[in-house]
Design a protein. Structure first.
Length: 319
């Protein structure tokens, strides 16, 4: 009886200690895991959001880049870590619904992850090397039909890669895909002429266009980008189905302690509404949403339904 009583007392003490730790969360820096290399749009989005999140949490938010496996390595690292709220995830299309649609992964997005805030939404822009004999999207399609065109992307299974595959399908052309470890890694080869074209976030690539280093053929949005007002949309260019918006969300593992989850929900909601943060996004031609976590979860499901067939039809292979 004494042993049982001591066991119960020990268990109560441990539960009390865990509850106290959750109530005082956070008491140390929080890691924000980006499942891609530094220098690309995912990294830029996370670093912009880290500051307003820091203000809300009252603790440092440390960006940790963990590239690999089309974003699955970083995603799995968060899910395999302690469920204590000290590892957050920058959720991105690739590891959330592209990779799971073409190969088995060790997580279930709908069950294992909870989206708390949409922190970045940006259309893609299609840019080409200045020496390429294509000044419009129509001319690029004609060129692709008559010869070999290659295109770089942020990596296999990323949204820029899917944009290439969608263009191939809609235009009936063959384009050779050249994957890189992030958009930042692909840009030097485009500037050097090793690749012909590249899809990427307007926010990341606009400066190359305005600086005259590359030509922009189209923006994958319903309206022209304020950063590139002279660049037509894909609908204006004759390919309306090529409508693509890249987006990222702050996500956390499911089953966090209720007190921690509640604090993170509130912090994420308030951080995304931070005036300085929203002004910084607008300056880069990006935006963020005010959707509830429930609406974000539905958005993930909608995007999965849209892109999974494209990924499968393209025969995307991820090791």
């Amino acid at each position: 009886m004494k042993a049982s009583r001591w066991a119960l007392l020990w268990l109560a003490a441990m539960l009390g200690s865990a509850n106290a730790q959750a109530d005082s969360y956070p008491v140390r820096p929080v890691r924000f895991v980006v499942p891609f290399a530094a220098g690309g749009p995912t990294d830029a989005a996370a670093r912009l959001f880290a500051e307003p999140l820091r203000k809300q949490l009252g603790q440092s938010v440390v960006i940790e880049n963990r590239p690999g496996g089309g974003g699955t390595a970083g995603t799995e690292a968060v899910l395999n870590g302690p469920r204590d709220g000290y590892m957050l995830l920058l959720g991105a299309p690739g590891p959330l619904f592209v990779t799971p649609s073409v190969r088995a992964v060790r997580y279930d997005v709908q069950k294992d992850l909870v989206p708390l805030a949409e922190i970045w939404r940006s259309p893609q822009v299609l840019i080409v090397h200045p020496k390429l004999k294509a000044k419009t999207l129509g001319e690029l399609i004609a060129l692709a039909k008559s010869g070999k065109i290659n295109a770089g992307s942020a990596g296999v299974g990323t949204l820029p890669h899917l944009s290439i595959e969608l263009l191939k399908r809609e235009a009936g052309v063959n384009i050779v895909h050249v994957p890189y470890r992030g958009t930042g890694a692909a840009v030097p080869d485009l500037l050097g002429g090793s690749i012909d074209m590249l899809f990427g976030d307007v926010a990341v690539l606009a400066s190359l266009v305005t600086g005259g280093k590359v030509n922009a053929l189209a923006v994958t949005a319903a309206q022209r980008s304020p950063l590139l007002p002279n660049v037509m949309t894909t609908a204006e260019a004759g390919v309306p189905a090529l409508a693509v918006e890249n987006w990222y969300a702050m996500m956390v593992p499911a089953n966090l302690p209720p007190a921690v989850m509640s604090k993170l929900r509130t912090a994420a909601r308030d951080a995304v509404m931070d005036a300085d943060f929203r002004a910084a996004l607008a300056k880069q031609g990006a935006g963020s949403g005010d959707a509830t976590p429930e609406r974000l979860a539905q958005w993930v499901a909608t995007e999965t339904a849209k892109w999974a067939p494209v990924a499968r039809a393209a025969g995307i292979k991820l090791d």
